[in-house]
Design a protein around this ligand. Sequence first.
Ligand SMILES: *Cc1c(COP(=O)(O)O)cnc(C)c1O
Length: 224
Amino acid sequence: MIHEPARQALLAQLQPAGVTLVAVSKTKPASDIQAFYDLGQRDFGENYVQELVEKQPALPADIRWHFIGHLQSNKVKYIAAFVHLIHGVDSFKLLQEINKQAAKHDRVIDVLLQRHIAREETKHGMNETELWEFMDYYEAQLDTLRNVRIRGMMGMASFVDDEAQVRAEFSELKASFDSLRKTRFFGKDWFDTLSMGMSGDYQLAVACGSTMVRIGSALFGARG
Ligand SMILES: *Cc1c(COP(=O)(O)O)cnc(C)c1O
């Protein structure tokens, strides 16, 4: 079951603001993805390596696959040949592995750095101190990292109804993104992507400066 009216309504809100819609297709069959593809959707997000690896060969080659889940270093090799953007980089070790696997395919893989903004402890991502430590490693080893490109940042807000809380978390992520852009990535035009917002909170995320939203249930229906 796909919800094309929902997609059209989302695009009407997002496109004027220059925000990219990533359709999160995790747990949904390839036929649902194909149906949205036929209507013009090209950006799809998946959380699980195994599932992505099974779906990718069965679907059109020009789909832009976003890996939005927590990626283990030992699984990078399975998606390195085709992945478009890896959203959840939260360790320097993972960045190095992505670089290594991208080099094997003679390509540059775009990534986002994941910041922990939610109150829940289970969510992945770096705090501000870890982020700046990460950047120190990155800059020190820049010459060896020719096959990865840091495009921006990603984060997930708390699952709460408290709008002020969610707004504060998105604002924290936006501030972190802006400060990296103005310092460590000054003059680097490619550092332009802020991935925040899901079905329940994308409007707040866009109001707080998101440039990319990851939407699943509002497009594909609830996950079973
Ligand atoms: C599942 C998931 C989404 C989409 O969630 P919905 O609430 O279904 O829109 C977005 N981002 C991440 C990281 C996810 O795991």
